[in-house]
Design a protein around this ligand. Structure first.
Ligand code: DAK
Length: 263
């Protein structure tokens, strides 16, 4: 891998996009390496992922404008599909993915963060969808995911004006859940990931699936999705141990003693 690094800390995997010369912009190779990295994650031993960018200036400054500038229509479609496939893989990845946004998150950078489950950022972070200024529409799901996250009105304002927003505004509109100093960001992301990883892994996966799938359908169908995933938990050792520990008032055992079960 030239542009992606992967580290494992306990049950947490940390994926870093490492192309600082271009502010971690997404070219075809970065997208291919990202896809390969996610495919290689060992789901037996990994319960939560953190996605971040190398350096102190940028998370991802968008899709690579140099590479895109010469694309034909067919090549543009192929590039778009490559990106969309990776972003969708992240969104539907069985375990949670936390974006730790350490600077610019523009265009495809904002979009990749929105395909993650949770976004937290540093106080120097800048978000925006500048595509209309480049003569294109957001192409990696920005028109869809931004509106779902921050509401239609704010998404339209950001996309039509192509105006960047800073970390405090991103927090105010609900695009990120928390803002940290740059030094605190990665430790905070790892701490959150470790907290998620300490919970029952199948229950956490089922929560992700229930929220993702339920958000795409009406409430009557969504509740059925939840019922099914709730029911599945009663076939797990985690449920028996978790509830058993509570009833025995044995708080020390928690779920840590329960071996990981892969369904
Ligand atoms: N692509 C390629 N190189 C980039 C880049 C990018 N997006 N962003 C920055 N760089 C490179 C710069 O060219 C520069 O390279 P050198 O000149 O040093 O070789 C280096 O990174 C440092 O950048 P600057 O010198 O510009 O640094 P500054 O601090 O002055 O400015 C900046 C930082 C982030 C404000 C500025 O670099 C900037 O405005 N960058 C472009 C941001 C942007 O517009 N991003 C959105 C790209 S559009 C599609 C699907 C998706 C998309 C498109 C199509 N399909 C479905 C087909 C997505 C589109 C986008 O993401």
């Amino acid at each position: 891998m030239e542009f992606i690094t992967y580290e494992q800390e306990g049950f947490v995997g940390i994926i870093t996009i490492n192309r600082p010369k271009a502010l971690n912009a997404l070219n075809s190779q970065v997208l291919e390496e990202l896809a390969a990295t996610f495919k290689a994650v060992d789901l037996e031993t990994t319960r939560c992922l953190v996605l971040t960018g190398a350096g102190e200036k940028s998370f991802v400054a968008g899709a690579d404008i140099g590479e895109m500038s010469t694309l034909t229509k067919a090549e543009g479609e192929a590039f778009g599909k490559k990106g969309n496939d990776v972003f969708r893989m992240i969104e539907t990845f069985p375990i949670p993915v936390i974006a730790a946004i350490n600077g610019f998150a523009l265009g495809g950078g904002c979009e990749i963060s929105m395909s993650c489950d949770i976004r937290i950022c540093s106080d120097n972070a800048v978000f925006g969808q500048p595509e209309v200024g480049l003569g294109i529409t957001p192409g990696f799901g920005g028109t869809q995911r931004l509106a779902r996250l921050v509401g239609e009105g704010m998404a339209k304002q950001m996309i039509y004006t192509a105006r960047n927003i800073k970390a405090d505004e991103a927090y105010r509109i609900g695009l990120v859940n928390a803002v940290y100093t740059l030094e605190e960001l990665l430790p905070a992301a790892k701490k959150m990931a470790a907290g998620i990883a300490a919970n029952a892994p199948i229950a956490v996966r089922n929560c992700k699936k229930a929220i993702n799938d339920g958000m795409q359908v009406d409430m009557d169908q969504a509740i059925v999705i939840e019922e099914k995933l709730f029911g599945d938990c009663f076939e797990t050792e985690d449920q028996k141990a978790g509830m058993g520990n509570f009833l025995e008032k044995d708080k020390e055992k928690k779920l840590k003693v329960v071996p990981f079960q892969n369904k």
